[in-house]
Design a protein. Structure first.
Length: 154
């Protein structure tokens, strides 16, 4: 799994890390198998073989992926922890959510996963969770984690 710093602080103004997958480098959420994941990703052992264990939100993220199978137009809520100064700057723009969650950013279907990362990286009360409803065809994975997706609406 990616370190928190890489998940939250990719190279878009609040740190460094590797870039999130896009349509050029990953598979969309509605079509992760076959491809990034084998055919059995959606099978009875899919969670056990391919998802993360240990947190209550692990099942939630996996279910979001299986829920949108073969439906590129399905909507998914995604979340991202951002530093408070980014939120404050975004609130001064015409499109605050567009400033807080931009193409190329890492996002997660689990708000609790984003909260865990926000508290780890920025500290309790020093971050904001940006949330946005997007289409499954705009979320891409490189197979690293069912929690971590690249947002690419282009």
């Amino acid at each position: 799994m990616l370190s928190f710093k890489k998940f939250i602080c990719e190279n878009r103004g609040y740190g460094e890390g590797h870039t999130a997958p896009t349509k050029k480098s990953g598979d969309p959420m509605h079509s992760v198998s076959p491809g990034t994941y084998p055919e059995d990703f959606h099978g009875p052992n899919g969670f056990r073989y391919y998802a993360d264990y240990g947190q209550p939100y692990d099942h939630y993220s996996y279910r979001q992926v299986t829920r949108v199978k073969n439906d590129p137009e399905a909507h998914v809520w995604v979340h991202r922890a951002i530093p408070m100064d980014i939120k404050k700057a975004a609130m001064k723009t015409e499109n605050p959510i567009g400033h807080m969650m931009r193409p190329g950013d890492w996002v997660t279907p689990s708000k609790d996963y984003a909260k865990d990362h926000g508290e780890t990286e920025f500290g309790k009360g020093k971050y904001h969770i940006a949330s946005r409803r997007v289409k499954a065809k705009h979320l891409y994975t490189d197979g690293n984690s069912v929690h971590e997706w690249g947002y690419d609406p282009t």
